[in-house]
Design a protein around this ligand. Structure first.
Ligand code: ADP
Ligand code: MG
Length: 626
């Protein structure tokens, strides 16, 4: 007996649906794209439980008459092409006529739709591709799709869905890809009855600012280039605003988002010389090209696009990016001779815009005993605390040695101050002996010795460890966080996503000494900051922290407190290159010796290297053999 069977149409369409609808975000993409294709001027997206319970898209576009409303759920039903040739003239986002058929086969779909020229609309209910209701109704011009119980008949898919947070962030990705391509359409997004975005119709730059926050106004450099093959327009993030997480990198062609590793390379290589190491550029670049010169049909969700002339576009794109950055005089490293002559028409009249300055205190150091003493209610070791981590014996010894040495050193310093004319240490051999056994090497390491040998301490990792444990204790209310009230409350602008995260973490932030509250969707009003932070720009600190927080979310499976403490420690630690006074070095070593896990930094790096006398001797012996 043969084993081959032809699948029933229902099963076949469920399998086909899997290609188009992988998760709630896919439904959002297809419905919102359809709304834009229908010529809407306003699109409202309502999502419940990251799309598991409801995805609703309302538009004021062309609507459908009763016949079309029924037809739109049939496979290969599309109003957008009628012959294969049409594929090469596409101006719309959809064309395969697959999306609604797929969605209807794996969810409960309700449709209300009415074209402008008819008085009555159509109301349809579909369940697993079967039409359960078809009636006339009165409704607004345009279309509303409600998708409920996604994957109700495909439990395997339903079980594969990730947490609401993850699924909602996919929804945001898809939503933003469309929103950033069509600034002339107004959009709103609600999740669980909370408004996440309200984006009025606007220009492109304003749309980016409305999405990512006001601070983008100063971060974007305009790019505009035209050749016979392609026109490109958009914005490059200023190199100094670059981030360590791959954030906002958007390519669009004829208003469709696409990924293109080769073009991405053109952009990053153009910025190579001006971007700090391990930082990713921000870009929003819009290509306009004759639709017959690209193929969008190579991928079921159309995320990859093939360009016929990509080899020609690559150097053109690269030059345009270099030109944009060079024109705004960001760096003199760029070799202008190799940049082709370009049209300067987009320079604002009145010359090159002035770069906004960022003010911060370059000497800021949370280990400066002056700052620390001012902020801490009591020196740490005097405060009896049952939560104080156990100090290992070896560290206790190191600490004791250090304490002895430093007291001597402090006394010696005082003597020196009191006796002018004794600056030359050679004149006073005794004083030389009293120098602390602790010095900084390469502005990056503290060299010292303890009971078990020579120690090479990484100042960045050590201070990160110390701060991390301090912030954790503060968040758990085991140690008070000294708060410095600001004379004038400061408002901080964040992207709505970052603002949401901060709002969720307000309690933890408060533990660390931030006194702040949300004000609208993007803005936080900050009334007090951790005393250590007094001289730092709050906006910048919060941005950097959120950046580190997002990085950690990707790279580590941490609880929110650990992640937040780690992000704050990362932001505030003493970086390599910072010159430390001997008191500051002592303070780092002292506090490190009190840590629970002094040997590793919160991000997993080694804090110090240790060499016992025997190991050092071995190294010398090895040399002798040569
Ligand atoms: P495609 O977008 O590839 O044509 P879809 O399955 O997404 O296929 O949609 C099928 C058809 O349904 C579309 O071609 C369009 O005619 C119609 N349609 C879908 N959504 C809307 C809408 N929001 N407003 C008006 N017509 C719509
Ligand atoms: Mg479509």
């Amino acid at each position: 007996m043969g084993v081959i069977r032809v699948l029933s149409p229902v099963v076949a369409s469920q399998i086909a649906a899997g290609e188009v609808v992988q998760r709630p975000a896919s439904v959002v993409k297809e419905l919102v794209e359809n709304a834009v294709d229908a010529g809407a001027t306003k699109v409202d997206l309502v999502v419940k439980d990251a799309g598991r319970t409801l995805i609703q898209v309302t538009d004021d576009g062309c609507g459908m008459d009763t016949d079309d409303a029924q037809h739109c759920f049939a496979r290969h039903a599309t109003s957008k092409i009628s012959s294969a040739d049409d594929l090469f003239r596409l101006q719309t986002k959809g064309f395969r006529g697959e999306a609604l058929a797929s969605i209807a086969s794996i969810a409960h779909v309700e449709l209300h739709t009415r074209p402008a020229d008819s008085e009555l609309g159509t109301h349809l209910l579909m369940e697993g591709a079967e039409c359960k209701l078809n009636e006339s109704c009165s409704c607004a011009k345009g279309t509303t799709f409600r998708v409920r119980n996604l994957f109700f008949n495909v439990p395997a898919r339903r079980n594969f869905l990730k947490s609401d947070n993850v699924e909602f962030s996919h929804i945001l990705d898809e939503f933003l890809r469309i929103v950033l391509a069509t600034p002339e359409v107004a959009f709103t997004l609600y999740h669980n009855d909370k408004q996440i975005y309200d984006l009025p119709k606007s220009g492109l730059k304003q749309r980016i600012i409305n999405v990512y926050g006001k601070s983008y106004n100063e971060k974007l450099l305009p790019l505009q280039q035209e050749s016979q093959i392609v026109r490109m327009e958009g914005f490059i993030g200023k190199p100094e605003a670059a981030r360590k997480t791959k954030g906002e990198q958007f390519l669009f062609v004829n208003r469709r988002y696409f990924r293109h590793p080769y073009f991405h390379h053109a952009i990053t290589s153009a910025l190579e010389e001006v971007l700090p190491a391990e930082h990713h550029p921000t870009y929003f670049i819009y290509f306009e090209i004759d639709p017959s010169k690209i193929d969008v049909n190579i991928h079921p969700t159309k995320i990859e696009v093939k360009f016929q002339e990509e080899k020609l576009i690559y150097p053109f794109l690269r030059a345009a990016v270099r030109h944009t950055v060079g024109m705004f005089n960001i760096s003199s490293n760029i070799d202008f001779d190799n940049v082709s002559p370009l049209d300067f028409s987009m320079v604002p009249t009145g010359g090159v815009p002035k770069q906004p300055g960022i003010s911060y205190n370059p000497n800021y150091n949370p280990f400066d005993p002056k700052t620390y003493a001012k902020s801490a209610p009591k020196p740490y070791e005097e405060k009896p605390s049952p939560f104080r981590p156990q100090v290992s014996d070896a560290w206790q010894q190191i600490y004791e040695t250090l304490k002895e040495n430093t007291t001597q050193a402090e006394e010696a310093e005082e003597v020196q101050l009191a006796l002018p004319g004794t600056e030359n240490p050679d004149e006073n051999p005794e004083q030389n002996l009293a120098q602390p056994s602790l010095f900084q090497w390469e502005n990056a390491y503290i060299v010292t010795c303890g009971a078990s040998g020579l120690l090479l301490i990484d100042q960045e990792a050590a201070s990160e460890r110390v701060l991390y444990e301090r912030f954790l204790r503060q968040m758990e209310r085991k140690e008070p966080a000294p708060v410095q009230q600001l004379l004038f409350p400061e408002s901080v602008n964040l992207s709505p996503q970052d603002a949401e995260t901060v709002k969720d973490l307000l309690k933890e932030f408060k533990g660390m000494g931030f006194d702040m509250e949300p004000f609208g969707r993007h803005v936080l009003v900050v009334r007090g900051v951790p005393a250590d932070l007094l001289d730092q720009p709050v906006q910048q600190v919060l941005e950097q922290m959120m950046e580190a927080y997002k990085c950690n979310l990707v790279s580590m499976k941490w609880g929110r407190k650990n992640n937040l403490a780690c992000s704050m420690a990362r932001t505030m630690c003493v970086k390599k290159g910072k010159v430390l006074s001997s008191i500051e070095m002592q303070e780092i070593v002292r506090q490190l010796s009190l840590c629970g896990t002094p040997a590793v930094s919160p991000s997993g790096g080694k804090v110090f290297l240790q060499f016992s006398p025997a190991e050092v001797q071995k190294l010398f012996n090895e040399r002798q053999k040569i």
